[in-house]
Design a protein around this ligand. Structure first.
Ligand SMILES: *[C@@H]1O[C@H](CO)[C@@H](O)[C@H](O)[C@H]1NC(C)=O
Ligand SMILES: *[C@@H]1O[C@H](CO)[C@@H](O)[C@H](O)[C@H]1NC(C)=O
Ligand SMILES: *[C@@H]1O[C@H](CO)[C@@H](O)[C@H](O)[C@H]1NC(C)=O
Ligand SMILES: *[C@@H]1O[C@H](CO)[C@@H](O)[C@H](O)[C@H]1NC(C)=O
Length: 494
């Protein structure tokens, strides 16, 4: 119904624009031959007429809007709308008494309704049924679960769920596990279940939302706090979209005296093809843990726990098959760790407070990594913007790694592409790139030019590129400058 109204409203709004633009066109066109007349006094009059017309159209527009909002109650004979109001099942919106049974009954009714339309085979389409929390605050003593798997196109929205003091430790406030009694005939538990406009308070007894083996789950405008395990845990399935949400173990805005003790993970993606978009993570040991492939993280602001206290903003724990994009994120005193990155893109992000990127060697592989167009701002302590964690052994297979075009304020630039020059009078010029390049001893491409001011044309050549130092020599002594550009990449056979 709401969707219909919105459609109607925009239809009448665009109708109005169309009408006014016709009026304007016809009055302008009509007056064109009489421009002189307009300037001799008719212009104001015309404008007034147009204003009057616009006014009346606007006024009529608002009347028809009002009429359409009156007409939203269900028409007699039409199928009843599937909105399940939890208070009609006895849920207590004041949060004083346990509402788990009432909420479960509301869901059970919604799930029992006949399905229509199409979803994946084996998933009953509930046609957009809504469980409305009616703006209430509900205490629950057990995870909220669906009584049967194999349903979809249903939403739970608009209120607060709080774990009671006897909530099972390590449970999730909302749990999409398939009940063992009702196995879905689909290979997925659920499809297109939406959680919207919810505050979830785990009361330090477990997690927020558990999404195992489901398709196209949407978590939108949720505030998930006081979890001990995960704010959101996605296991298997596909396409859980987490949008416009706020997650934090403790409700704080940073510089919290307890920050050192923050634990838990705000979002844990143990599945493929998910998206985290426009999310703020304000407290947790790990902001986003990723161990599934082809996930995208965009517009996320992490200030969950500073790196200095042992926190990580985004941890990519899928060595050898990363396939992750991190775009337009704001890493605020907490950085990114990627284990053996293979296909990773980090771009257009802002790193503040010495936040940096650590590439962590597990089996020594880094392949297909783009770290470009990011901004780094730090305290002047000389923290490298990209670091290699080789505590498990060195990176040995390095190919297609591009760290370039980042900018730095108060930190140390590290790149795989660098430029430098040397000036001297003699037969040898050396440019040392070891303080600028990311990998030790890995130059595989050099371009240089030797510029002399006098009349001589010496013979010269590139002599040595080991240890990230480029050496150019000439056959005769000459006063010259040497300009060098280097790239790091796959080690060339020597
Ligand atoms: C952090 O945890 C330690 C050890 O559990 C405890 O001693 C300390 O008081 C905690 N700090 C804060 C600020 O909560
Ligand atoms: C370079 O060195 C030579 C010999 O040491 C000297 O004669 C010449 O003037 C120098 N050229 C410049 C430009 O300094
Ligand atoms: C440069 O090398 C060529 C070939 O070895 C030699 O003929 C020529 O004299 C050299 N030029 C100078 C300026 O020494
Ligand atoms: C290149 O320089 C390194 C020291 O920086 C040296 O050990 C090596 O022998 C040099 N290689 C050649 C071909 O001169």
């Amino acid at each position: 119904m709401a969707a219909n109204m919105a459609r109607r409203r925009s239809a009448s709004a665009s109708g109005f624009v169309w009408l006014v633009s016709c009026l304007m066109v016809s009055s302008v066109c009509g007056d064109y031959p009489h421009l002189g007349q307009i300037f001799r006094g008719r212009y104001g009059e015309q404008m007034q007429k147009m204003q009057d017309l616009k006014g009346s159209v606007l006024w009529r527009g608002s009347v028809s809007l009002a009429a359409s909002s009156v007409a939203t109650s269900p028409q007699p004979g039409s199928p009843s709308p599937r909105v399940y109001l939890v208070t009609s099942y006895g849920a207590d919106p004041t949060g004083n008494t346990d509402s788990i049974d009432a909420l479960t009954s509301a869901i059970a009714d919604a799930v029992r309704a006949p399905g229509d339309g199409v979803l994946m085979e084996g998933i009953t389409n509930l046609g957009g049924a809504r469980i409305s929390l009616e703006g209430g605050d509900y205490l629950i003593s057990r995870p909220l679960r669906f009584p049967a798997a194999g349903v979809g196109n249903i939403m739970i929205h608009g209120g607060t769920l709080r774990a009671s003091d006897d909530f099972p430790i390590d449970g999730y406030l909302i749990d999409l596990s398939a009940p063992s009694s009702s196995k879905s005939s689909s290979s997925y538990n659920f499809e297109y279940v939406t959680f919207r406009d919810l505050m979830l308070d785990s009361n330090y007894r477990g997690g927020g939302i558990l999404v195992p083996n489901s398709l196209r789950t949407s978590i939108d405008n949720c505030y998930i706090a006081r979890f001990t395990s995960n704010g959101i845990l996605v296991q298997g399935g596909h396409e859980t979209y987490i949008r416009n949400s706020f997650l934090g173990q403790h409700i704080t805005t940073g510089a919290d005296p307890g920050e050192r003790n923050f634990s838990g993970t705000a979002i844990n993606l143990m599945g493929n093809d998910n998206a985290v978009t426009d999310v703020v993570i304000f407290s947790a040991a790990v902001g986003i843990m990723v161990s599934g492939q082809a996930n995208v993280i965009t517009g996320v602001h992490c200030y969950n726990k500073a790196t200095g206290f042992g926190g990580t903003g985004i941890y990519l724990k899928l060595p050898g098959k990363t396939q992750t994009r991190i775009l337009n994120c704001y890493m605020d005193f907490t950085g990114i760790v990627a284990e053996d990155p293979v296909q990773l893109d980090i771009s257009n992000c802002f790193f503040l407070g010495d936040a940096h990127i650590a590439l962590k060697s597990i089996n020594g592989v880094a392949n297909g990594v783009n770290i470009r167009n990011n901004m780094f701002s730090g305290s002047g302590k000389g923290t490298d913007i990209v670091q290699l964690d080789q505590s498990n052994g060195p990176f040995k297979e390095i190919d297609q790694v591009v760290v370039d075009a980042n900018n730095v304020d108060g930190m140390t630039m590290r790149s795989t592409v660098a430029r430098g020059s040397a000036k001297g009078n003699g037969t040898s010029w050396m440019v040392d790139f070891s303080s600028a390049l990311l990998f030790p001893d890995l130059i595989n491409h050099v371009q240089y030019s030797l510029s002399t001011s006098g009349g001589s044309f010496p013979n010269h050549s590139l002599r040595n590129v080991s240890r990230n130092c480029v050496v150019v020599e000439s056959d005769v002594a000459v006063a010259a400058s040497v300009f060098v550009m280097v790239e790091q990449g796959k080690k060339l056979p020597s």
